[in-house]
Design a protein. Structure first.
Length: 115
């Protein structure tokens, strides 16, 4: 059974930082591309950051320069370090993994940035 368990969300003031973690089980972690998505109320889910099995990274324009995605294959965990947070970063953040046609989602963690 595949499980992606996010943690690290919470309430932070604008300009602050949070580090999200996503622990994976039930997959060969090293083989999967790991992604962080977010969904704000009334908006579509959007890709925030991605890290490939070879650790190549991509970021949404809104995340460039502020967020850093990383992975620890030994711990089967992907991280999202978020700095200089803005109120518009408020959303539920979801961990997602993908390999070929197989993909899985975590349950999400709430991030709220107050102004």
């Amino acid at each position: 059974q595949v499980q992606l368990v996010e943690s690290g969300g919470g309430l932070v003031q604008a300009g602050g930082s949070l580090r999200l973690s996503c622990a994976a089980s039930g997959i060969i972690f090293n083989f999967f591309t790991m992604n962080w998505y977010r969904q704000a109320p009334g908006k579509e889910r959007e890709l925030v950051a991605s890290i490939s099995s070879g650790s190549s990274t991509n970021y949404a324009d809104s995340a460039k320069g502020r967020f850093t995605i990383s992975r620890d294959n030994a711990k089967r965990t992907v991280y999202l370090q978020m700095n200089s947070l803005k109120p518009e970063d408020t959303a539920v953040y979801y961990c997602h993994c993908q390999r070929y046609t197989n993909d899985y989602w975590g349950q999400g963690t709430q991030v709220t940035v107050s102004s």
